[in-house]
Design a protein around this ligand. Structure first.
Ligand code: ZN
Length: 552
């Protein structure tokens, strides 16, 4: 028998004086939370929280600020983000000269022979909209090879040193599927398109494990400052998972990762899949800092580059219905092995055809081996016919979606696929009405890491300038509660972690995101400018905004 008067052990941390959105089943609002170790031990009134405060308890008085369960991005790529953060950022340059100046500056401090990598230039932003020629670039960086990707990733600009190292000369023919831009006379101009980029990319030195770790940790800091307490890594190798384990062993990883096994550069599933899944499955590593129970597959392409697979051709490219990187049978074989080994499958599908064929492959495997709680996912699930929405619900497949993809794509969707198919895009309301949970993410670094931009896109379906007025296909908007659930309990559910994460309830892990504005009641247009004050993971403050106005 438990004595009724048992003393309450003092908590390590108490949050009070704010609005605490628990995101429990009733979406209840609470006044205080107490944390002992890495777990929540109390949620309730400010008065009752008093008995958890001892002499050593840290008390944060939140002065009306909003506390959410720790925000989780259900789809991101940490190493790609890390590369982007470590590279020279030449987004939005106004002239070719600005690139040269940025590289000249970087060359001053780079180690001898070190590569200068960077990206996101767009000659359409320059007064002279012509593609650049490498001579001025080569003049400011004669010893460092330079390689700068264009904004869409389909072209790059290299200097003389990089071209030499890659063996690209006037004699090099254009590779199949690629173009080497040339000056008059045939010498390479420095611009390489599509497969011609492979010639240089093949010789860029890979990061050592130590460099990889340093870059990941820097990217993680960026995510923590955006209020993320966890993310679902949408495709890593076993080697990369080993790096995460080693960071966790040294308590250097301050964010939780639910990693999906998969390699975009080698998407075809090969070998003994069941054995591979058994060897790599991780339920809980380092007190719930790492789980690996998902296989990531890359099926069709993306809409922007007309790779998303549709049944009918693109409206602006009449011979093209999109591409498939693997076969439906590959998805079936992986699903079969996953069902045998307790793994979840998450497949990248964007177009109507991609989604349909994937659902059919899932269905075939599930019919042979019905597992109730498989939680198979489709990543993106961007264009879906109504009957396929029903199929998601019938099979219990989760549409894992990125609200900012909608607001980034909406300006060109109709041009690509016409108004009818565009109307089947980013159909959040349809999925929710079919009873489905939508785990939400950003696909960073394709979109910004900032989950508040995702929440804003979900409720407004407008860009951050408020366009189009009233929202693009506003009938598909989410409510603010649905959007918050997508980035908390929905994401947790998609990782089989709803008993541990995703809401502020007793016994769950103490992960919180504290905001300076109540986004639950704020006008939509105020959501993007909301700041994260604190990010707390396992009871530990891992990010604190400078000058956060809460009293300690
Ligand atoms: Zn992705």
């Amino acid at each position: 028998m438990i004595p009724a008067c048992r003393a309450t052990p003092p908590a390590d941390l108490v949050l009070r004086g704010g609005k605490i959105a628990s995101v429990d089943a009733a979406f209840s609002i609470q006044e205080a939370v107490a944390v002992l170790g890495d777990r929540i031990v109390f949620v309730g009134s400010r008065k009752d929280a008093g008995r958890f405060i001892g002499p050593k308890t840290r008390v944060l008085d939140l002065e009306g600020k909003l506390v959410l369960p720790g925000l989780i991005d259900a789809h991101g790529h940490m190493y790609s983000l890390a590369l982007e953060l470590s590279h020279l950022n030449i987004t939005g340059t106004k002239s070719h000269r600005e690139i040269i100046d940025a590289v000249a500056e970087k060359a001053k401090t780079a180690k001898l022979g070190e590569w200068i990598l960077g990206g996101r230039w767009d000659q359409n932003d320059w007064e002279d909209k012509a593609f650049p020629v490498h001579d001025p670039l080569s003049a400011v960086s004669p010893d460092h090879p330079v390689y700068l990707k264009r904004i869409d990733g389909n072209a790059a600009f290299a200097n003389r040193k990089a071209l030499e190292l890659a063996g690209i000369s006037r004699k090099t023919p254009d590779p199949v599927g690629g173009v080497i831009h040339r000056k008059k006379g045939g010498d390479p101009s420095g611009v390489l398109v599509n497969r011609a980029m492979d010639l240089v990319e093949a010789i860029i030195p890979k990061d050592s494990v130590e460099q990889y770790e340093q870059k990941i940790l820097k990217a993680v800091e960026h995510c923590l400052s955006a209020g993320l307490t966890g993310w679902h890594e949408a495709g890593v190798t076993s080697e990369e998972i080993a790096v995460y384990k080693s960071l966790i062993d040294r308590q250097a990883l301050k964010i939780r990762v639910n990693a999906m096994l998969g390699n975009e550069r080698d998407p075809e599933p090969k070998g003994d899949l069941a054995a591979f899944f058994r060897d790599n499955r991780v339920e809980n590593y380092g007190n719930h800092f790492l789980a690996v129970r998902t296989v990531k597959l890359f099926f069709d392409g993306a809409l922007g580059s007309r790779g998303a697979a549709f049944f009918e051709p693109y409206a602006d490219d009449s011979g093209n219905r999109g591409l498939l990187r693997i076969t439906p049978d590959d998805i079936y074989r992986v699903s079969k092995a996953a069902l045998e080994t307790g793994m979840q499958v998450a497949t990248h599908c964007i177009g109507i055809r991609g989604n349909r064929l994937c659902l059919e492959a899932y269905e075939k495997a599930l019919r042979e081996n019905p597992r109730k709680d498989h939680r198979f996912r489709i990543e993106h699930a961007q264009f879906i016919e109504s009957e396929d929405v029903r199929k998601f619900a019938e099979l219990g497949v989760l549409p894992s979606m990125q609200p900012t993809h909608c607001t980034s794509d909406m300006s060109f969707v109709e041009a690509r696929i016409g108004p009818v198919r565009a109307g089947r895009g980013y159909a959040w309301r349809d999925f929710l009405e079919a009873g489905l949970i939508i785990p939400c993410g950003s696909d960073f670094p394709v979109e910004s890491v900032n989950p508040l931009l995702g929440i804003y896109a979900a409720v407004a379906r407008m860009d951050t300038n408020g366009r189009p007025e009233g929202g693009w296909h506003p009938e598909q908007r989410m409510t603010i509660a649905e959007a918050v659930k997508g980035f908390t309990i929905g994401a947790a559910y998609a990782a089989f972690q709803e008993d541990l994460l995703g809401s502020i309830e007793v016994d769950k892990l103490a992960d919180f995101t504290i905001l300076d504005r109540d986004i639950l009641t704020a006008a939509h247009e105020d959501i993007p400018s909301t700041h994260v004050l604190y990010t707390i993971v396992g009871g530990r403050i891992v990010y604190e905004r400078k000058g956060a106005k809460t009293r300690d």
